[in-house]
Design a protein around this ligand. Structure first.
Ligand code: ADP
Length: 475
């Protein structure tokens, strides 16, 4: 049976991206099409989204919302079937989609994403140019209010909410309840109230027919106080509705054999040209140790402060680091200082092409995250024979097979995992990395295992398709 799904998200690659959420939202429609699912993606009308739309059609006038006119547009962009919420007063802003020039959340973020959710609920109720979704798939807090708006309208379309990162709750002051058009009777513990605030994420977690997150381990972790970030009780309450579906990567974009940003290769032995080019680009000298790379937001979550502490252990063994990232000012300046070491190269900023050159040129990719719902860069690393060195948490636990004595004996290891997530344990992992790297035959076998490891969407797309059908059947 074919099924129509409306995907609702605040970002979507290749149009607008701040993190892995965008990659997933951008990849899912094509990945899921073979399962008989027609997916259209509803996005805010940021300048980059409007610019990417080809010929557009005004599908509906959604009336005034939050101080300005709102229209629903339909068109294609970035290879996707899009529905776009055009609302210049909410979305026509330069710079980051979530943050103002002062680096803080736009003060009207509750309204900006409530408009997205309201538009989704109207599409579910009235359809969009004759197309009506059977299921809505919302991503993170920005889609959290869809369920409340459906309830208010009496629309029974099932909603699947995926938690990509529970750290972001989408909080709003309760004085906005009327403005946002929420039912004040649902401002309770059983509804969207969260410690005296409105939580769009909690609203979504409680109203969704099914909940998913992006790995099974993160699903388990979310039910614990350590990782649930204040919503572990809600997650335990919804345990029966919750499942973990690991992200895939776009295997066309991340394919070492065809990648236009690198010297293409099919076997790990042929990575050498990329490694030499990367060393030259980062001004790193020749060395016998492993060239480690990082492509990441520079935040506490990503554990890159731990890497700064552990770096001397790596460089003392002849290892090197090339890092691309941006984020916290203190981490940025600490890495700038770390680059005084000739074996450490740092690029601060966001650069897609350079991220490909790093993943192709590195021997190992480091992901020492304190928590990691899924993580994508370790998957890129696997595909490119660039062995992941990862914290044992979330999706990093589920996608890498540790080169423990047992993993090595079984001949299936694809990388290195460490636990707990401390500088000491990371030091230990970097020593293990150097030991393995010093054994070329063993290293090559790990690279071959990594490159064979499935990292595409196949299995996960089937699981999403089954979940949509299950959500629909349960209504
Ligand atoms: P998160 O979504 O928490 O940032 P993920 O690993 O799920 O982490 O996804 C991060 C995505 O953003 C990956 O596609 C990664 O390659 C990309 N990325 C992160 N930082 C940079 C950067 N500085 N330059 C280019 N790409 C980056």
């Amino acid at each position: 049976m074919s099924l129509s799904v409306l995907s609702v998200a605040s970002e979507c690659a290749p149009l607008v991206k701040t993190g892995g959420l965008a990659d997933v939202v951008g990849a899912l429609p094509a990945a899921i099409a073979p399962e008989g699912i027609t997916m259209r993606t509803l996005l805010p009308g940021y300048p980059a989204v409007l610019a990417a739309l080809g010929s557009t059609q005004v599908v509906a006038d959604l009336g005034p919302m939050f101080g300005g006119p709102v229209r629903l547009l339909a068109g294609t962009g970035g290879g996707l079937e899009l529905l776009v919420v055009e609302a210049a007063h909410l979305y026509d802003r330069a710079g980051n989609i979530y943050l103002g020039p002062d680096g803080r959340d736009w003060s009207d973020n509750p309204q900006r994403f409530a408009a997205l959710c309201r538009a989704a609920a109207i599409i579910a109720r009235d359809g969009a140019d004759g197309w009506t979704p059977d299921v809505i798939h919302g991503h993170d807090w920005q889609a959290g209010l869809v369920g409340d708006y459906l309830l208010a309208d009496g629309t029974r379309t099932p909603v699947v909410i995926t938690v990509h990162n529970i750290a972001f709750h989408g909080l709003a002051d309760p004085s906005l309840i009327g403005t946002l058009g929420l039912d004040p009777r649902r401002y309770t513990r059983e509804g969207y109230e969260y410690w005296g605030k409105v939580s769009a994420l909690k609203a979504g977690l409680l109203t969704a027919t099914r909940l998913t997150t992006v790995s099974q381990t993160y699903a388990d972790e979310l039910m614990t106080p350590e990782f649930g970030m204040g919503l572990d009780g809600v997650m335990r309450h919804r345990r029966d509705a919750l499942s973990g579906i690991v992200n895939g990567i776009d295997e066309d974009v991340w394919n070492p054999a065809t990648d236009p940003d690198i010297t293409p290769y099919k076997t790990p032995a042929k990575k050498a040209a990329n490694k030499a080019a990367l060393r030259a680009e980062f001004g790193l000298p020749d060395s016998d140790g492993p060239l480690c790379v990082v492509v990441s937001r520079l935040t506490h979550q990503k554990g890159l402060d731990l890497l700064l502490e552990a770096l001397p252990t790596l460089t003392a063994r002849g290892g090197q680091l090339a890092i691309l990232g941006s984020g916290d000012a203190t981490l940025e300046s600490a890495y700038r200082a770390a680059a005084n070491d000739p074996n450490v190269g740092v690029r601060l900023g966001y650069d897609e092409a350079l991220s490909h050159r790093l993943i192709a040129g590195g021997d190992a990719i480091l992901v020492p995250s304190r928590f990691e719902p899924c993580g994508l860069t370790q998957l890129y690393g696997l595909r490119y024979g660039t062995l992941p060195v990862v914290a044992l948490t979330g999706g990093l636990a589920d996608t890498v097979i540790n080169a423990s004595p047992a993993g090595l004996a079984a001949g299936c290891a694809t990388g290195i995992q460490f636990h707990p997530v401390t500088a000491d344990a990371l030091r230990g992992a970097l020593m293990r990395l150097c030991d393995l790297f010093a054994q070329p035959k063993l290293w090559a076998s790990l690279q071959r295992n990594a490159m064979k490891h499935p990292v595409g969407w196949g299995a996960s797309a089937s699981r999403y398709a089954a979940l949509y059908r299950d959500a629909l059947a349960s209504e």
